[in-house]
Design a protein around this ligand. Structure first.
Ligand SMILES: *Cc1c(COP(=O)(O)O)cnc(C)c1O
Ligand SMILES: [Zn+2]
Length: 425
């Protein structure tokens, strides 16, 4: 049973019912600022009925239904999301001289990214609210997840994407949705999506405003990452959680999950959250570093292959989570991210999307800057898989060496100290 009671503004505390609110708090909005709404629960009641056993073992997402905002069980839309592996990165940890590095592999979700957690809860809440059609604006994973879960719910989904979106991503969207439209400008997508919501009453699964306020119900899905980590670490909390950040839904949701565990008396501390953006444009990093309470839109300085976290704006909720957890922020170059991606593959058997590898690259950077102690316990969120963007890493694009089936020749190649079967970079 869901203990969700209302939506509440993170900035001014205004409460709203659990209804059709997707453009943030109108009560404290200005021309330059819109605050996010978040779901509030009756935590006292949850405390009375919830047992510690709930967090003794990691569960599938809907195993945490009491702390999710969907009242009617019949509306749960699931493809088996959640309960993803938490892997200790021993070899990479050794290389970094950092013994307690853990990887949460979110590529194990049904459409292979952590957006499935958002989409599962957002679409389910849509059924609760009587939605008959859904709409989403996305250049990648969000579109795939939204359209897959819409299909699963029997709802037609309209996807606004960009002509520049990677082909694999678009194919994946089309696998689940008939209506995929590429719009020629990024902001133009939002204007069109807004029309669909306001005039055609389509249910929005992503943000469509200049200041990302998103679907507040969907963000709740990310809390389950925190619940799982807590139980996978034997009922303890890591010191840091590194999250690749676009609009900040994931970072905020994960923080909120850990925070709730303290509110419920289940854990004693909340990890310090670390936001990871790219040096091409890092609106959250700029705001947090300057001590501001407002995130400003930034200009893109250069291109980046980490397109899933390439954005000039970020939601206020992410800044809120960094402040509440005395977190850290950083912005990385593609070079550093590519190195981390290569290491994850060859040292750990994990091949994440470039944007996801950014979390591991950031650990490297923050250790060397002395911001993270070597004895800390760190969890990096690997948000998606390299298969979404298979040509991103130049090392992987080199064709393999071709040999004749001549054992003597092949044997001498294998045994040669110059390692002739390793491709030359
Ligand atoms: C969307 C996405 C992110 C960023 O998530 P936000 O909630 O927008 O901050 C990170 N990595 C991948 C792979 C994504 O698809
Ligand atoms: Zn407000």
């Amino acid at each position: 049973m869901s203990y969700a009671e209302s939506l509440i503004c993170l900035n001014c505390g205004t409460k709203y019912d659990l209804g059709w609110y997707f453009q943030g708090c109108r009560s404290c909005a200005t021309d330059e600022f819109i605050s996010n709404l978040t779901v509030d629960y009756n935590y006292e009641k949850v405390k009375e009925t919830l047992t510690h056993e709930l967090f003794n073992q990691s569960r599938k997402l809907w195993g945490y239904e009491d702390l999710l905002p969907v009242g009617n069980k019949n509306n749960f839309v699931s493809l088996g999301e959640g309960d993803t592996p938490l892997i200790k990165a021993e070899r990479l940890g050794e290389k970094l001289n950092f013994p307690n590095l853990y990887i949460k592999n979110e590529a194990m979700n049904p459409t292979m990214s952590y957006k499935d957690r958002l989409a599962s809860v957002a679409v389910s809440k849509g059924l609760d609210l009587g939605a008959s059609r859904t709409v989403v604006s996305s250049s990648g994973n969000h579109g795939s997840a939204a359209s897959a879960y819409s299909a699963r719910a029997g709802l037609e989904c309209l996807v606004f994407t960009l002509a520049s979106a990677p082909k694999v991503m678009v194919s994946q969207m089309k696998a689940y949705a008939r209506n995929v439209v590429a719009v020629s400008s990024s902001e133009g997508r939002w204007t069109l999506m807004k029309k669909c919501v306001e005039e055609l009453h389509m249910y929005p699964l992503s943000t469509f405003t200049t200041w990302p306020t998103g679907n507040p119900y969907g963000v709740e899905g990310y809390k389950t990452i925190a619940y799982e980590i807590f139980s996978q670490m034997g009922g303890t909390t890591p010191d840091f959680v590194f999250v690749p950040v676009g609009y900040g839904d994931g970072l905020y949701g994960i923080w909120k999950g850990f925070h709730e565990l303290t509110q419920l008396g289940i854990s004693k501390s909340v990890p310090r959250m670390v936001s990871v953006e790219t040096s091409a444009g890092a609106p959250l990093h700029e705001a947090y570093r300057s001590g501001s309470n407002r995130i400003r839109k930034v200009a893109m300085k250069h291109s980046t292959a980490a397109f899933s976290i390439m954005t000039s704006v970020c939601g206020f909720h992410a800044l809120y989570a960094l402040k509440q957890s005395s977190g850290l922020s950083c912005a990385l170059d593609d070079r550093e991210i590519l190195n981390a991606q290569s290491d994850l593959g060859r040292l750990e058997g994990l091949a994440p999307e470039l944007s996801s590898a950014a979390s591991v690259a950031a650990v490297n950077q923050l250790i060397s800057e002395g911001e993270v102690d070597r004895d800390s316990r760190v969890v990096c969120i690997l948000t998606s898989t390299a298969l979404k963007q298979i040509d991103a890493n130049p090392e992987w694009s080199l064709p393999p060496i071709v040999v004749d089936p001549d054992w003597e020749k092949v044997r001498s190649m294998i045994e040669s100290p110059r390692q002739n079967i390793t491709e030359k970079a």
